[in-house]
Design a binder for this molecule. Structure first.
Ligand SMILES: *Cc1c(COP(=O)(O)O)cnc(C)c1O
Length: 362
């Protein structure tokens, strides 16, 4: 059965972890597995990597709790921190480390009756301007956090790059400088724990940013954070389905909703069990390719909720049951990103529950 399958090659993920270790030999590794491990299956990927990485990074406490419930004992950092309605007790009960990015979180920790300590990752805003303490308030807030009895010392420090995928941007060096300035400004060095600022693009392109800990996400799965695929990474995901019908089609006849495409010649059309209900994007340009038995053919007409039509050509020998690959080896998701204008990050995370994950080792 291979209808709308997310095939995940575990050995590719292991290879990518080993490659990142080689690129950042002096750094510990947070494997970022938020958003269901970028659709690779959070539990499956955590089970695979639990003894191969130093930490897991997630965005939501519920993701971390799921991992604990599945028996994962690796340290877990909630990179988005706890939320206003989260129960801080869960951090202790499930042994979850948390980013601390706002004054209200320090207030909550200060007034918490907890007896056990929480491991905190002080989040500094060095220029992303999304989450984190502003530089003018950061030092005061860092010391305030350090004075909370429920917060374990030393305190780790994190920040995040806005533009590390732009290799000629000055922003990354600027952010790194502000990061270092902040760390230098803390007089009591015994309060400073591990420092981390690099995700995939920082780790791969800005080696001076690796520091004690790197936090790769997309590259673990073999996908480049830049525009072009990286030869040393192995893509882990093959997103595929199969033909459910092969039909003769007459020249001049349209296909699908709104008749947006008409065949210029007699041809054979393949109907694939795949649609935007599985997470394949609906709005794609004409000629976006798929692989049918390893051969590139174009998608024609609108993508429907459950089906996609491809133009197999008049000489096609394909038959129902034949495999159709939407991205994977020989058709990198980076290339589909170029066709669709949708980043690889979004293409893979938008896959839906109907698409089933199958693990393979090869
Ligand atoms: C998502 C995320 C990462 C991983 O980013 P990639 O670009 O996928 O490597 C690292 N750190 C933080 C804080 C994140 O939110």
């Amino acid at each position: 059965m291979s209808i709308a399958v997310i095939e995940v090659n575990r050995q590719a993920i292991v290879h990518n972890v080993e490659y990142i270790r080689k690129i950042a030999p002096n750094s510990q590794l947070v494997a970022t597995i938020k958003a269901n491990a970028y659709s690779h299956g959070i539990v499956g990927v955590a089970e695979l990597l639990q003894n191969k990485v130093d930490y897991f990074g997630v965005a939501r406490i519920c993701e971390a709790m799921l991992l604990r419930q599945k028996g994962i004992n690796t340290p877990i950092i909630c990179l988005e921190g706890f939320f206003p309605h989260d129960d801080i007790v869960d951090l202790v009960d499930f042994n979850i480390q948390s980013a601390i990015h706002s004054k209200w979180q320090i207030d909550a920790l200060q007034s918490s009756p907890l007896e056990n300590e929480i491991t905190a990752w002080f989040k500094l805003d060095t220029g992303m301007h999304r989450l984190g303490f502003n530089l003018d308030e950061a030092k005061t807030e860092f010391y305030r956090l350090a004075s909370c009895s429920v917060v374990r010392k030393p305190i780790n420090i994190i920040s995040h790059f806005s533009s590390a995928d732009e290799l000629t941007s000055e922003q990354t060096s600027k952010q790194l400088e502000l990061f270092d300035q902040f760390i230098a400004s803390i007089e009591d060095k015994s309060l400073i724990g591990k420092c981390s600022i690099a995700a995939s693009s920082g780790t791969l392109a800005w080696s001076q940013s690796q520091r004690e800990i790197v936090r790769p996400g997309i590259s673990l799965y073999g996908i480049s954070p830049f525009n072009e695929p990286i030869a040393e990474l192995r893509p882990a995901m093959t997103f595929k389905s199969e033909l459910i019908a092969v039909r003769s089609h007459k020249k001049g006849e349209p296909v699908g909703y709104s008749q947006i495409w008409c065949s210029q010649q007699d041809t054979k059309l393949g109907v694939v069990a795949m649609g935007y209900g599985d997470g394949y994007p609906r709005n794609i340009p004409e000629n976006t390719p798929v692989l049918v038995n390893g051969r590139r053919v174009p998608i024609v007409g609108h993508v429907s909720m459950d089906m996609i039509v491809v133009d197999l050509g008049i000489d096609s020998q394909e038959k129902p049951g034949d495999e159709v690959i939407f991205w994977g080896q020989n058709l990198p998701v980076e290339e589909i990103a170029k066709y669709t204008g949708i980043s690889p990050y979004e293409l893979i995370t938008r896959l839906t529950e109907r698409a089933k994950i199958h693990y393979v080792d090869r």
